[in-house]
Design a protein around this ligand. Structure first.
Ligand SMILES: Nc1ncnc2c1ncn2[C@@H]1O[C@H](COP(=O)(O)OP(=O)(O)O)[C@@H](O)[C@H]1O
Ligand SMILES: N[C@@H](CCOP(=O)(O)O)C(=O)O
Length: 355
């Protein structure tokens, strides 16, 4: 009997100013993977080393590998399957990816791919994991919980990683790196990787004031998250940490209040932990972040780097076109062209639908 299902995973914006590696918002731009398992396709699927025929459209179509041992989505699914004693996809597996999330722009494309891969592995293996358990698998691959949690759970979330015991830390068959390095989970060594520790990531979903919309201004160049983490210092001053913690405490509630308070939110979205260091990778970043304020642009609530950049996230209640145009104009001075999108939180997070 053929089986068909669709997995939808939202993009995300992580950090939201002072919440480096803590805050994230799932956004209503969805990575969609359509899965068809049809025994009639068994012979064709044998052309792939793990029986998975991959096709792809959308962002990244010219660079994403279609070999299931190399593609981030299917490699992640194989990791989940192999942890649970299943070596390959069922014969006749077809996966079509439709991805509108630009790669390497700070909108959580890799987080969405990892979440989709874990859900694919769970569904194919019929393990019936809860979202909380699936987060554990995701967090063995991408170690900052902000994007992953927002993509999996949806909405506006705060999260932390539980400190692992020495024994648990040893269970890192999949290297605890930014994005699964190749070949990682893909190449079949015949070994069964250990299952991840339980409850690695904990989160809380905040309310969100529905008057607040998310403007994403997306430059036409990529910054890999790994590179963007590489420019950060390994230690921070107490002054800078306190600066961020004070704002973080205010921001999470300020974004739930209706009507939102522009002065409070604008100041609470300032950051001294990651943005100042990332300006080396994003031309004109300090000027761009200072280019719109609640005084210059009615409706503007706050502005920050989205994830590891280079996308800029502006939160606003109105005047979206003017706010985006101003930021695009500033990028143009640096010879950078941009597209922009008006997005809203994806309140539900990742979902699987049977067809
Ligand atoms: N839909 C996808 N399918 C396969 N690989 C993907 C997909 N989306 C992202 N990736 C992988 O993740 C990388 C981008 O990850 P990253 O540098 O963390 O940027 P982002 O901020 O977009 O998450 C891509 O270069 C690609 O290797
Ligand atoms: N907290 C991380 C978030 C990375 O987000 P991405 O969307 O750029 O993958 C960081 O800032 O490094």
């Amino acid at each position: 009997m053929p089986r068909e299902f669709v997995i939808k995973v939202p993009a995300s914006s992580a950090n939201i100013g002072p919440g480096f590696d803590v805050l994230g918002i799932g956004l209503n731009l969805y990575l969609e993977i359509s899965v068809n398992i049809d025994p009639a396709l068994a012979e064709t699927s044998k052309q792939d080393p793990t029986n998975c025929i991959l096709s792809y459209e959308g962002e990244g179509a010219d660079e994403v590998p279609l070999n299931s041992e190399h593609n981030l989505i299917t490699r992640t699914a194989l990791y989940v399957l192999r942890c649970n004693g299943v070596r390959v996809f069922p014969e006749g597996t077809q996966v079509h990816v439709n991805n509108p999330i630009p790669l390497g722009r700070g909108l959580g494309s890799s987080g969405a791919a990892v979440v989709a891969g874990v859900m694919l592995g769970d569904k194919i293996g019929g393990f019936g994991f809860s979202k909380q358990r699936m987060l554990d698998y995701c967090l063995m691959i991408e170690r900052h919980p902000d994007n992953i949690t927002a993509a999996m759970m949806g909405g506006f979330v705060g999260s932390y990683l539980r400190e692992l015991s020495a024994l648990e830390t040893e269970r890192k068959e999949i290297p605890l790196s930014e994005v699964l390095p190749e070949p990682a989970g893909g190449v079949d060594t015949g070994l069964v990787p250990p299952e991840p520790p339980v409850d690695i990531g904990r989160h809380i979903k905040y309310d969100w004031c529905k008057d607040i919309h998310c403007i994403a201004i997306i430059p036409n160049f990529e910054v890999s998250t790994a590179e963007s983490r590489g420019v950060l210092p390994s230690a921070f001053t107490a002054k800078d940490m306190i600066f961020n913690l004070q704002r973080l405490a205010v921001l999470t509630t300020a974004l739930t209040r209706s009507p939102p308070d522009p002065e409070l939110i604008y100041a609470a979205m300032q950051d001294k932990v990651h943005q100042p260091y990332r300006k080396t990778l994003i031309p004109g970043l300090p000027e761009i972040l200072a280019s719109v304020t609640p005084q210059t642009h009615k409706g503007l609530l706050g502005i920050c780097l989205s994830g590891a950049g280079p996308t800029i996230l502006a939160l606003a209640t109105e005047n979206f076109d003017a706010i985006a145009s101003e930021i695009i104009k500033r990028f143009a001075k640096e010879n950078v062209t941009c597209q922009w999108k008006l997005l809203d939180p994806a309140y539900e997070g990742a979902i699987v639908t049977e067809k």
